[in-house]
Design a protein around this ligand. Structure first.
Ligand code: GDP
Ligand code: MG
Length: 784
């Protein structure tokens, strides 16, 4: 049996509520770098908050925020237990420092070495910050646009640009939230390359003031880039409400850049931020300080190492156009991407290695830890001198209470099932259904009026058929499902904004790992119930390529909201009274298929396990503005689809089914062009009970947009008094299963292609059609 003496304890063994000091951090590569970047470095104090309901992962508190960590990873971290969490003295001498005057005009702005850009240059800004620091909220305030805001680490997955309102010739880019400039996830690489290669005129670094220590870690690295920068100190409302404060002058002095306290959510301080940002960009005021290594710290080993490396690589850095100080830090850390770009000689590489080895020896820490420690030392100085720490915030106390229920040992999973149950019940049976009825009545009334009008005008019966059967029955029936879809998005966005989905990821991690995924995969999966396109994009937050690929291939099985019209249509016409059962069954069939597939994929896609290191933000009340903006967007998207793709498809199909190859109007649509085209795949579909050209046509049109399956069926079966009279229940069941599983729509396939490439997109189309055919075949054989 293994024995551990007390000075060889690992983080895994620490009990709930106990604290310890980190002695050493094991592991290697980018995983270890990620620990260090999140503040888990030798000397840091940690305490254990709780374990997930299934015992793994664990939740830690470090540097004033909550972090998740798997037990297997915690095992690699050696600790020395503390008796009690030492309360830091926050007594601060009031300094009354003079205003450093960065980013300002007038008496403070030295006019000597200013270097204004020529008038008319477009001022480009990169909005950079940690996940959940309020970037998207600020972006919305700056641009006045309606970007989706969420309270999950990593909701913003794509770059978004927009001009600042009331500022001509400006462009702000909202970048993915990152914790560090290390290339850990594909997000971090995107943000880093944007700043390095596209050379924005200035950086707006957003810092969460309630979580200042960890947020400043990124700031330290951004300062090294030698790009004009302004720090937007966000969430000041929360900080001051909890009796925290920041000495802005002192902080500006220590960081060497303008610092503007703001509250993005309340739109306070944003105007001042804009003024400073525009000023530093126009005058190209660079950070006045980059040298954060102290020559007296631990004998100055790190300081001497960094400066030696800077001299050594100076010419290469200039050649590769990488800011020198930044390059030196990354090279010492062993960042291979930067090393490659620098293109050093072998001699230089050797020399570099010797310098770093000597530093490691003198400092007593390995290279990555030494650099991370150097940054946190400086941050400690900034916090000691400029920040009055808040008392434990009300938001945090509240979050802890909520978490006792929502991620408690015995309650987490039942509550999750209950919440999802309530969401679907309200969406399908109450709110959505109620609004849907109203909309259906309105559309019905409009149809009657139109019908009377058309009859009195003696319109050609073919055109009349197009308008009444095609547009009203087809597009109209799709349209009436808009309330259900918008309601579903409403609930999903509230769950996401509040911070709940991050908890779901936390307690589902162990379960998801069994099927080869990680807790983080739950986010794309849940978004997948709304729409596959954003779900596929949300996978970019996953740090492992393997997890990403698997998650992308599995999300289409989470029945997207565009399929709701199909289910609802058949349920109300062919299976009245058993609607809830059948729809729930379909959702579960999708999930079960995904689980079975994941067991196969798990053995095919091999890859390294990736740590589950994720921040658990405080619960926040979702802001009404953000939620309504999202709904507005989704409703708009849906209407656009209904009146473009679906309308067009309806008209084309109407044309193809009303005329024969000689372009004569046909009364029996069996002779139409459409019947001939669809006839090709009919024999293939017959074993699954789908061997009718009208059904085949509808399913093909579903590739454009799933909703149009319903409008097509309505249109094509209009002559026979509707689908309900024309097909058997076995066929209906088969259509339902096929619609659930077959290829995602064009938009989703395009998103998959963007993420995984053409081959995987083609694979998805064919593979899902095959699965759908097989399952439909089984269902049909049982029921017929
Ligand atoms: P991002 O991940 O950096 O894009 O952050 P978001 O803009 O999505 O914001 C994360 C959460 O913080 C949301 O719930 C916002 O409503 C909230 N939030 C943003 N700014 C402020 C602020 O100034 N004060 C407070 N109290 N909350 C804020
Ligand atoms: Mg965001």
């Amino acid at each position: 049996m293994e024995t551990l003496n007390s000075d060889e304890m690992t983080l895994r063994e620490l009990k709930i509520g106990r604290s310890a000091v980190v002695e050493s951090v094991g592991g290697e590569g980018s995983l270890r770098q990620h620990f260090l970047d999140m503040g888990v470095i030798p000397g840091a104090e940690v305490s254990v908050v709780r374990f997930a309901p299934m015992g793994d992962p664990m939740e830690l508190r470090i540097r004033g925020y909550e972090l998740t960590l798997r037990l297997a990873d915690a095992e690699k971290i050696k600790i020395r237990p503390l008796d009690s969490f030492p309360v830091k003295e926050t007594k601060k001498k009031v300094t009354h420092k003079e205003h450093p005057g960065f980013g300002e005009e007038g008496k403070y702005h030295s006019k000597k070495d200013e270097n204004p850009l020529p008038d008319g240059t477009e001022l480009t800004f990169a909005l950079v910050g940690n996940q959940n620091s309020g970037k998207t909220t600020l972006f919305n305030q700056l641009t006045g646009s309606n970007q989706h805001v969420g309270n999950f680490p990593g909701v913003t997955v794509d770059r978004k640009d927009g001009p600042m309102k009331n500022q001509s010739n400006t462009l702000v880019t909202d970048l993915p939230g990152i914790y560090s400039m290390s290339p850990y996830s594909s997000e971090e690489i995107v943000s880093r390359n944007f700043v390095l290669d596209e050379k924005p005129k200035a950086i707006i670094n957003i810092v969460d003031s309630t979580n200042i220590e960890r947020n400043l870690y990124l700031t330290m690295q951004l300062l090294e880039l030698n790009i004009p920068m302004v720090v937007a100190l966000n969430m000041m409302d929360e900080l001051t409400a909890n009796r925290g404060a920041v000495d802005i002058n002192e902080m500006e002095y220590l960081l060497g850049v303008p610092v503007v306290p703001i509250s993005a959510a309340k739109n306070e301080g944003v105007d001042e931020l804009v003024r400073h940002a525009v000023h530093i960009a126009h005058y190209q005021e660079k950070p006045s300080r980059q040298d954060f290594c102290d020559e007296n710290d631990y004998g100055g080993a790190v300081h001497r190492c960094l400066h030696a490396v800077m001299h050594l690589i100076e010419d290469h850095a200039a050649e590769a156009d990488i800011p020198l100080r930044f390059a030196a830090g990354k090279v010492v850390e062993g960042d291979t991407l930067i090393l490659d770009r620098l293109n050093l000689d072998n001699n230089e590489k050797e020399m570099l290695e010797h310098i770093v080895l000597q530093m490691e020896k003198e400092r007593g820490l390995d290279r990555s830890a030494a650099i991370a420690d150097m940054r946190f030392q400086y941050i400690g100085k900034v916090c000691d001198q400029a920040v009055t720490r808040p008392v434990e915030s009300r938001e945090h106390v509240r979050s802890q209470k909520i978490d006792r229920l929502l991620s408690g040992k015995y309650t987490a999973i039942p509550v999750f099932v209950l919440i999802m149950g309530i969401v679907f019940f309200l969406t399908f049976n109450v709110i959505g259904a109620f609004l849907q009825n109203i909309l259906e009545i309105l559309i019905g009334m409009l149809k009657d009026v139109t019908e009377k009008g058309l009859s009195s005008l003696n319109v050609n019966s073919a055109i009349k058929g197009l308008i009444l059967d095609g547009l009203f029955e087809g597009v109209g029936s799709v349209l009436s499902f808009m309330p259900v879809i918008v309601t579903l998005f409403f609930f999903l966005s509230i769950l996401e904004d509040s911070g709940y989905i991050a908890r779901v990821a936390f307690f589902m991690d162990k379960l998801l790992r069994r099927i080869g995924l990680s807790g983080r995969s739950i986010v794309p999966m849940l978004i997948g119930f709304g729409c596959t396109v954003p779900a596929v994009m949300a996978t970019r937050t996953l740090p492992s390529e393997r997890d990403r690929k698997m998650t992308i291939l599995l999300t289409p099985f989470m029945s997207c909201s565009a399929k709701i019209p199909i289910y609802a249509f058949f349920v109300s016409t062919l299976f009245p009274g058993r609607g809830a059962l059948i729809i729930t069954g379909l959702y579960f069939l999708g999930i079960i298929t995904a689980i079975l597939l994941s067991l196969i994929y798990k053995t095919i896609f091999k890859g390294k396990a990736v740590p589950f290191v994720m921040e658990l933000p405080n619960y926040r009340m979702p802001s009404a503005r953000n939620v309504f903006q999202l709904l507005w967007e989704k409703a708009g998207d849906f209407l656009r689809r209904a009146f473009s793709v679906i309308l067009l498809a309806t008209i084309i199909v109407w044309f193809l089914q009303s005329f024969d190859t000689g372009l004569n109007f046909v009364t029996d649509s069996e002779q139409s062009i459409l019947a001939i085209i669809a006839g090709i795949i009919v024999p293939l579909m017959r074993p699954a009970g789908l061997g009718d050209w009208r059904i085949c046509t509808s399913l093909i049109s579903g590739f454009m947009a799933k909703e149009s399956v319903v409008s097509m069926l309505e249109l094509l079966f209009a002559n026979e008094g509707g689908v309900a009279n024309a097909i058997s229940t076995a066929t209906a069941a088969s259509i339902l299963v096929f619609s659930l599983l077959y290829t995602p729509c064009v938009a989703a396939i395009a998103a998959i292609r963007r993420e995984l490439g053409r081959k995987w997109a083609a694979f998805t189309v064919l593979w899902q059609c095959a699965i759908a055919w097989f399952m439909s075949f089984i269902i049909y054989s049982i029921l017929k």
